[in-house]
Design a protein around this ligand. Sequence first.
Ligand SMILES: Cc1cc2nc3c(=O)[nH]c(=O)nc-3n(C[C@H](O)[C@H](O)[C@H](O)COP(=O)(O)OP(=O)(O)OC[C@H]3O[C@@H](n4cnc5c(N)ncnc54)[C@H](O)[C@@H]3O)c2cc1C
Length: 501
Amino acid sequence: MTALIDARTIPNGQVLTPDLAIVGGGPAGISLALALKDSKMSIALLEAGSTSFDPEIQKMYTGAETGVPYAALDAGRLRALGGGTNHWGGWCRPMDAIDFEAKSWMPHSGWPFGRAALEPYYARAQTLVEAGPWIYDQKGDVMAGATGPVLPLGQGGLYTSWFQFSKTRDSVLPTQFGQRYGDDLRAAKNVTPYMHANVTGIRLAANGASVDHLDIATLTGKHFTVKPRMTVLAAGAMENARLMLASNDVISAGVGNQNDLVGRFFADNPIPRDVATLVSFAGPLAAFYGSNQTLDDGAIMRATFAPTTAFRRKAQVAGSLSTVEPAVELDETGKAAVITTALALGIHAADAQAYSLGCGMELSPDPDRRLTLTGEKDALGLPRLKLDMRIADEDFERFRRTLTELGRQLLASRIGLLRINCKDRQDWLKRMDWGHHHLGTTRMHADPKQGVVDADGLVHGIANLYVAGSGIFPSYSASNPTLNLVALTLRLGDHLKKVMA
Ligand SMILES: Cc1cc2nc3c(=O)[nH]c(=O)nc-3n(C[C@H](O)[C@H](O)[C@H](O)COP(=O)(O)OP(=O)(O)OC[C@H]3O[C@@H](n4cnc5c(N)ncnc54)[C@H](O)[C@@H]3O)c2cc1C
């Protein structure tokens, strides 16, 4: 078993020459290393953090934010082995086929391939995130539905869809990739994991067409070089963009940024709280609507209301996953609405139960929602990031149309009603929270004028530099990204096996 090497012990000026350098040991970097662990290539996994949280290391992530209020840039990510999985919620759901499509009502949307390209990788991704057997929408109504009734929403735009959770039955927390797979990385003969190894520069050959080497620095003042045949950036959507923009000695706009796209199209999944109040006339909903339920086979599931593909097309809405939150007491107006509606429908609603409704939304791609470099530098001299965060009114409007349809279905099915709690932009913003799902910034597109990487994740114009993670998603989906980015990374693993053979 190889050790995790502490980069602070590497002599100054040393040059390491692995076949492949993976920059970053979050779920993307670790999944890639594990996917290639029995290959012939020698792999250096370069991780800036340590095996546990260190506030001094975390300070490297500090940045600035403008625009719509957003989480501090050092709050929504973790610079430690395992990356964001050290504090993730473990919510998993595969993207829908329509998420990959170019949608006429959503400019810049669409992937260079459909969901079929990820299909062969989802089962392995599900195993890596430890979300139990694959159930989701294929069998959710049957499996979880056996523990309580699925709402009969009838014909319409929304249906009960299913999350699964990364968490084994006996664990308290979702799978933390660093802890869970640290021993596997040590056991892999061809993988050498380096801790405290901050990549501070991607140095291109003089013609700008390939990576010559990577600069590595430690916070203790060591400097050494990694000169790989191939490099994969897996440092997270924000940090990948930062490294590419800051490495501007050969291409002045930055690596891969000849078309001014690196850092643009940043996105997250807004998760506004208490956007609506849902009333169930028949009393409490099945437990799986409001909380995670562990099934006999170990799967942990929770229901959510998702728009159907047909409704997304017809109403021109984005992806959204509305979740039932705590039960709430109705105010007098709400109670009156329930009584009068029940009378009008001729139904019994004395046991009616109200719930707050939350949501995970998909944003439309926006080139002006972007990361740029500031004049301020971190302890290793790398310029810090600034995020200009935006949400279009249309994003809220689309979600309002979705909620309106859910309300229509509840009434038409005579099972409940819905009151939307947001009247205007300020109302939405007041309720805003974020998923910390960093998306975009190095988007994928076959055309170099529209994307930073191609359909394999290869940076346009650079022969030996790939990007992994949700930063390459060109449009986003409302599904949480990690299961999907792990599947995409396993696909990259197969590609690298071919091109590096
Ligand atoms: C509070 C919270 C809750 C979340 N909940 C969910 C959820 O329920 N479901 C879900 O799907 N997603 C969730 N996420 C998002 C999830 O954490 C990310 O999707 C995922 O971690 C991204 O993986 P990654 O490997 O691309 O990047 P990261 O996890 O950010 O990993 C990047 C790695 O690169 C290292 N690194 C950075 N810079 C350098 C450098 N210069 N040199 C070397 N190494 C570097 C970092 O230390 C880190 O280990 C959540 C995130 C947060 C913050």
